[in-house]
Structures are given as C-alpha cells and as structure tokens.
Design a protein around this ligand. Structure first.
Ligand SMILES: Nc1nc2c(ncn2[C@@H]2O[C@H](COP(=O)(O)OP(=O)(O)OP(=O)(O)O)[C@@H](O)[C@H]2O)c(=O)[nH]1
Ligand SMILES: [Mg+2]
Length: 363
C-alpha cells in the first residue's frame, strides 16, 4: 500500500456524477490508502445523500456546509478536515479524468511539492471549449502572470485539478474568493518544486455548469486580494516611491549643474536623467526587489543595463503620451505629462518586474 491520500472534491448539485466518479477513482487508486472527501454546499438534488449511500462500499466522506458557498473555500474546508499527507483536488463532474491522479501522486513521490494537471503543457488541452471560453481562460492566465509574477512559474495556474503535500499549506492562511484555489496555493503556499502533468479537459458528463459571469468578477477580487496579501501591491507602491525619489534627484541635479556649474541646461538634463536612473536602480535593487537579488557583480551590471533600457522605453512612452494628448486633444501640457508619467510608470514597473528581476523570482 502506498502513502495515504485525501481526494478533496467540492460539489454543488452533482448527484448523477457521484457514482461514476467514485467508481473510477477506486479503479485507479487501488494501490493507495485513500479517502474521497466531498465538501458539499447543501445541494438540493440529494448529492450528499448519494455520497452517504456509498459509505459501506467505498472510502467516502461528506462534509455539508450550510450557509456557505464557493468552490475554493469548500476546498479549503476539505484541506482542514483531511488527515493525510498527500492531498488531491478535483471536480466532481468527470472533466478531470481520475486516470491522471496516480501520475500526480507519482510526481509528489519523486520529490515535487505540487503537481498540477495542466491543460497548457504539451499533450494537454481543452479541445471541446468554445473560442470565447478559451480566450477567457487565456486572458485570466495573462492577467495573473502580469499581476502575480510567481504564477508565471507554471503554465496552468488556473487548473482545478492538482495534488500537493500537506506541508505546502501547513500554517498558511488560505483566503480564496471564487474558483481559483490553485492560484491561492501557488501564491501563498510553501513549495519549491512543481510538476505539470498534461491532461485533456473532458466534456461534462452529467449535471450543469456552475460557472457564470459572477465568477469573472470574483476572479478579479481574488487577484486583488492576492496582490495585497502576497506583497505584490506593496512592491508596486515601493516602486512608485523610488520613482518619486528619482524625480527629486533629477530636478535637484538639473538645477545644480545648470545654476551652479554653469552647464547648458540640456546637457545638465542628460546627466540628471542618467543619474536618477542609476539611483532608481540602486534603490529598487536594495528595496523594491530585495527578495530577488542574485549575488555577483555580473548580475548586478546586467540588471542595471536592462533597467536603463526599460527606462529609455519609459521615456519614449512618456513623451509619446505627452505629445499625443497635447497635440490631438489640446490638453494642457502639464496634465498630459501626468498621464504620460502614469503610463511610463506602469511600463517601467511591469517590464522590470517581468524581465529585469525575473530570473531570480523567489519560490
Ligand atoms: N462546494 C461547492 N462546490 C462547487 C461550487 N461551485 C462549483 N462547485 C463544484 O466545483 C466543481 C467545478 O464546477 P463547474 O461548475 O463544473 O465548473 P467548471 O468545470 O469550471 O465549468 P464547466 O466546464 O462548465 O463544468 C464541480 O464539482 C462543482 O460541483 C460551490 O459553490 N460550492
Ligand atoms: Mg465542470
């Protein structure tokens, strides 16, 4: 017998899927000592009763939550109640093929902390989805990649089908909103190694989808919450503060070289701009991205060169926006400039976050 596993399955009105799901899991996990833990949000179709009726034949358990709703929080409830060291999360509607579960567990036994059944690695997919659903899924991943750099470590941070070692979430406060429990685990959990196992998302067998527009809104709320809780929003604020200090350095030096050293103001400006880029780089290195520092002079210089290049792009964006709003819309140039600064700040932040400091992303 292999190690003990709890398969957490959130359910809401899935009665007709229960028997086929449990039978398939039993067939695939005979080598394991496992339990299927359903977390049901008081379904009205008899889902919990259907599960209970299987107790004598299969290792199933059901927790019924009353007055609470939501896929991801149901899974957290399951984690809290599970006793084994290995945890699996999957849907009840057989869109997540149980044949994949042993492969996820194998990856954990080979040393991974987290194993994700992924639609977006070679061999995976969701062929039956409409173009719109595919676009929404991709869009959601891009949004997460932009706002939460750690999500970029995997190709499918939105999968609802994955396995993890309990230690990943031990002592971690999970506060997901909506559907994306894996994103919460990826961002807040303590993991080092992750594996993605390809799988093809199946057509729903029975029952109805619970996915609706509200889920998109909840996803955005979840992203916001994760940005705050994981410290990524704080990082952005730090970056803006450093940018503000750069404006002071730039203005001060421009004045100093022009007034005191008698340099032509355009020449003073070149010196002032480059110096403020360097002070910004140093402060971001020591402060904003201090958790992503890599030792060595080579990395330091390379990052500084990248930072300079990104700043050049920011300058072009700033001037572009400034002239666009002033020339095309006749906006007062100082106002256009503020919009330009905002645009350049976003550019600088995201490109530096993605590129300059990306290779040393923390785990
Ligand atoms: N406990 C609980 N489970 C839920 C809730 N919403 C959905 N689920 C379950 O979560 C799983 C995934 O929900 P689905 O509606 O199938 O979502 P989906 O797979 O992304 O969408 P489809 O492809 O349209 O089926 C299923 O097992 C649902 O029964 C909820 O509010 N509470
Ligand atoms: Mg489904």
């Amino acid at each position: 017998m292999k190690s003990s596993v709890t398969i957490v399955v959130p359910t809401y009105n899935e009665r007709d899927n229960i028997v086929p799901l449990v039978e398939k899991i039993a067939k695939n996990l005979s080598r394991y000592n496992y339990e299927i833990l359903f977390v049901d949000d008081n379904s009205s179709d008899g889902t919990a009763e259907e599960i209970s009726s299987l107790k004598s034949k299969y290792p199933v358990r059901v927790i019924v939550r009353e007055g609470e709703k939501g896929l991801a929080t149901a899974v957290v409830r399951g984690f809290e109640s599970a006793e084994s060291d290995l945890l699996v999360v999957m849907d009840a509607d057989l869109q997540h093929p149980p044949e994949i579960v042993p492969r996820l567990l194998d990856a954990l036994e080979r040393g991974s902390d987290l194993a994700i059944a992924s639609r977006y690695v070679l061999g995976g997919g969701c062929d039956d989805w409409s173009g719109i659903r595919k676009a929404i899924s991709r869009g959601a991943i891009i949004l997460a990649d932009i706002t939460l750099p750690k999500a970029r470590k995997v190709k499918d941070p939105m999968s609802g089908f994955f396995a993890l070692k309990r230690k990943v979430i031990t002592g971690v406060k999970l506060e997901p909103v909506g559907y994306k429990i894996l994103l919460e685990v990826l961002m807040m959990g303590k993991w080092r190694e992750v594996t993605e196992v390809p799988f093809k998302f199946q057509l729903r067998q029975q029952g109805k989808s619970k996915l609706n527009l509200n889920q998109q809104y909840e996803y955005l709320r979840h992203l916001w919450g994760l940005s705050v809780r994981s410290g990524e929003f704080k990082r952005f604020i730090k970056f803006c503060l450093v940018g503000g200090s750069g404006v002071l350095v730039n203005t001060g030096l421009l004045w100093l070289f022009t007034e005191k050293a008698g340099l032509f103001y355009a020449l003073s400006s070149v010196i002032a701009i480059e110096t403020s880029i360097i002070t910004n780089y140093l402060l971001n290195h020591l402060f904003t991205f201090k958790d992503r520092r890599v030792p060595g002079a080579k990395a330091f210089i390379l990052k500084m060169a990248k930072f300079n290049l990104v700043s050049l792009g920011g300058l072009i964006i700033n001037i572009g926006i400034l002239s666009f709003f002033t020339e095309i819309f006749g906006l007062y140039y100082l106002l256009s400039n503020l919009i330009g600064i905002a645009g350049a700040t976003l550019w600088n932040y995201f490109v530096n976050n993605w590129w300059t400091w990306q290779d040393s992303n923390p785990v």
